[in-house]
Design a protein around this ligand. Structure first.
Ligand code: NI
Length: 183
């Protein structure tokens, strides 16, 4: 098990369209995914895409914490070659953060209801539907596979902020800052 270094905004690998995975069930793939999990857990993220650990391949891992899914944790999912389809035009805006853009947060519009499909680590195709936070995480992580970081999705850059600054300001007002994503 290894914690891998996380590429930060500016790195070329984060700007590329990542390559499809064509070989499944290999020891190298198993080991790499296991290292991605170690890296995500170490960084306290809810998701991680392979380009964030400098591997330009279409692999994403994520989970949904219990607090964001009516008290029930949505378990760790490994998605290979994922494809997203919005199920309607509805979108909502919420704060996102990214392990490749440390310290910052900003409000991003995302589709609220999507379906997505992917191959699992054995190459079997899986299809799912997702709403809300779950849908947001999947969209954020899959953007990494197309070289897109969340600031590129922000309609209004005025909400881009240092997380500790707006968390302190929210606390002073007796509010709690809810970050919708860190991956
Ligand atoms: Ni990210």
């Amino acid at each position: 098990m290894s914690v891998l270094p996380i590429a930060r905004m500016g790195a070329e690998v984060l700007k590329l369209r990542a390559a499809e995975v064509t070989e499944f069930k290999t020891p190298a793939l198993q080991r790499f995914v296991s290292d991605m999990v170690d890296t995500m857990v170490d960084a306290n993220g809810v998701g991680l895409a392979a380009p964030q650990v400098s591997q330009s391949q279409r692999i994403v891992i994520f989970f949904v914490p219990a607090a964001r899914n009516e008290g029930v944790e949505f378990p760790l999912t490994v998605m290979i070659n994922p494809v997203i389809t919005p199920l309607d035009g509805a979108q909502e805006e919420a704060f996102e953060a990214c392990l490749s853009v440390p310290g910052l947060t900003g409000r991003v519009m995302r589709f609220t209801h999507i379906k997505y499909s992917y191959q699992d680590i054995a190459g079997t195709t899986v299809a799912r539907e997702a709403k809300g936070f779950h849908a947001r995480v999947v969209q954020h992580e899959c953007d990494h596979l197309d070289g897109i970081l969340y600031p590129q999705r922000m309609a209004n850059m005025s909400s881009l902020a240092f997380t500790d600054v707006i968390a302190a300001e929210a606390k002073a007002k007796g509010e709690q800052l809810e970050l919708d994503e860190e991956g």
